[in-house]
Ligand binder design. Sequence first.
Ligand SMILES: [Zn+2]
Length: 117
Amino acid sequence: MNQDIQKYKNILEDKLKKLEEEIVEIAEKESDSTWEAIQTETNIDTADRQDVADAVENYESNSSITSTLEREIFDVRDALAKIETGTYGVCEVCQKEIETERLDAEPQARTCELHMN
Ligand SMILES: [Zn+2]
C-alpha cells in the first residue's frame, strides 16, 4: 500500500492546487480555512433592477460554489494530514481500510463504501 499512498499524495496535492486556484476566482480568503464569495461590483447609480438581480444571483451561485470548494479543500487537506500521520485510507466510522476503487474515485474520502452517507 505504500507506493499507493505516494500516488494518492501526488493526486491530492495536485487537486488542492487546482481547488485553490478555482476558489480565488470567486472568493476572498477570510482566514486559513474560510472563504467569502466575492460580491460583484454594481454601480448603484446606473444599475437597473436586472443588473441588481443578476449581481445577487451571481453572488448566491458563487457562495454555493465557494462552500463546495471550501469543503473539498478542507477534506483534501485533511487527507494530506492523514498521510503524514499514517492514518490515510482508513474509514472514520469503522476504522477499516477504504476500498481502493473508492480512493481512486475520491482520494479525499473519509469513509469506506458502506459508511459513505
Ligand atoms: Zn466504514
